[in-house]
Design a protein around this ligand. Structure first.
Ligand SMILES: [Zn+2]
Length: 402
């Protein structure tokens, strides 16, 4: 551990502190093997959503070894978020680094060990390697750099690794209940060439179609809920979706249909349920979505009653201004570190950033090391990007909190 005390250089706002960048860059490069080792360990610990306990314990251990303040926040039995901060508390602003520990379940078709952490041609392979254990490794390395170089920003650096991002976002929602004030945040999802400044929203819509039972030989005496559910589904293309200039158009996907009887029965089915995932853009509120379905159902003339419910997971859409301080700082530092302009883009689905921005009121940039094959066989992260991102994260903390 290096213990030299580095004084913050005074530079006018908007200018990347080149001397500091050089120092940070050298320190991260010096720790290359350590950072890769942490990432490999993260990949070697399976953490499919719902089973994040072991990886949480490992992250706690590494953070304790670095010497930052670490605490555990229970979310559910055997599921907890790990929260860390640099030891010296400050009254200044707080920058939050956020990442998720869980991965999607293992899919078929891997030709490389998904829990091996093997590196081939600069690509580190594994389930969750880029979504988002690479981002977590870059954030952990950032805490190490700030701590070891005794860089004490005039503000707070907070880190949270959460559970359940790939399902209901219970981890980030629990964290936001904690009433922690953060002025800005970085979410380390795998977007290296572009930062995402917005996401669509998402809600689950359940249509419960209620008909009336009758003997199956006289269906005209009943109301067949399955027939009516089918009519609803075939009419869904008549729905209109709003279009947003940055986020594009809202959409829907029928996920499930259920109805009829478990055991054979010659009875007109009295109930059918349709589950629809609805991606939304600003303006497409719960009320509007429910109303649109109501109007459509009125139009198609069915005899069943239809109950419309909005169920979790629920995410509101958002768009962050390009003028936010954290956006400008990220663009500036990225250019200095990589020599390229960072692009701006918007997500087609949702992430924990929806909750950070909408529920937490925290301006959040989505930026982290990327690779390929997320949610697919042979997922990988580019090792060099993990280091580059950690340099950028560290400089963000230094610049935003000076
Ligand atoms: Zn992710």
């Amino acid at each position: 551990m290096m213990q030299s005390h580095v004084k913050l250089l005074h530079a006018s706002p908007g200018v990347v502190k080149m001397e500091m960048l050089k120092q940070v860059s050298e320190y991260v490069d010096k720790n290359r093997e350590w950072i890769i080792g942490v990432l490999q360990n993260l990949v070697r610990i399976p953490s499919v959503v719902g089973e994040e306990q072991k990886i949480g314990e490992y992250i706690e251990k590494v953070l304790n070894e670095i010497g930052v303040h670490v605490e555990r926040q229970n979310v559910e039995k055997d599921r907890f978020n790990v929260i860390a901060r640099l030891k010296k508390p400050s009254t200044g602003k707080t920058l939050l680094f956020c990442g998720h520990m869980d991965t999607v379940p293992l899919s078929e078709g891997w030709t490389i060990d998904p829990f091996g952490g093997k590196i081939i041609d600069g690509k580190l392979y594994g389930l969750g390697a880029s979504d988002m254990k690479g981002g977590l490794a870059a954030m952990i390395a950032t805490l190490k750099t700030l701590n070891d170089l005794s860089i004490e920003p005039n503000g707070n650096v907070l880190f949270v690794s959460v559970v359940d991002e790939e399902a209901y976002s219970k981890g980030i929602l629990k964290f936001l209940e904690k009433n922690i004030r953060a002025d800005m945040a970085v979410l380390g999802e795998p977007h290296f060439y572009e930062t995402l400044l917005g996401y669509k929203g998402k809600m689950l819509v359940e249509l419960v179609v209620k008909g009336r039972a009758s003997h199956g030989s006289t269906p005209e005496h009943g109301i067949n809920a399955i027939n009516d559910a089918a009519k609803i589904i075939t009419s869904l293309d008549q729905l209109n979706f709003l279009r947003h200039e940055k986020l594009g158009q809202g959409s829907l996907c029928v996920l499930k249909i259920e109805g009829g009887y478990k055991k054979y029965s010659l009875t007109t089915p009295e109930k059918a349920t349709i589950i629809i995932s609805r991606h939304t853009v600003p303006g497409e509120t719960k009320e509007k979505v429910i109303n649109d379905f109501k109007q459509l159902i009125n139009l198609i003339n069915i005899r069943s009653q239809v109950e419309i419910k909005i169920k979790p997971p629920f995410y509101s859409p958002y768009v962050l201004s390009e003028e936010e301080e954290i956006v400008k700082a990220l663009m500036r530092i990225y250019l200095k570190v990589t020599g390229r302009e960072l692009k701006i883009d918007y997500g087609t689905s949702v992430s924990d950033a929806n909750h950070l921005v909408v529920k937490g009121g925290i301006p959040t940039v989505v930026f982290g090391p990327s690779g390929g094959n997320q949610h697919a066989p042979n997922e990988y992260v580019l090792v060099d990007q993990v280091l580059t991102v950690s340099k950028i994260y560290t400089m963000l903390a230094i610049e935003l909190l000076s």
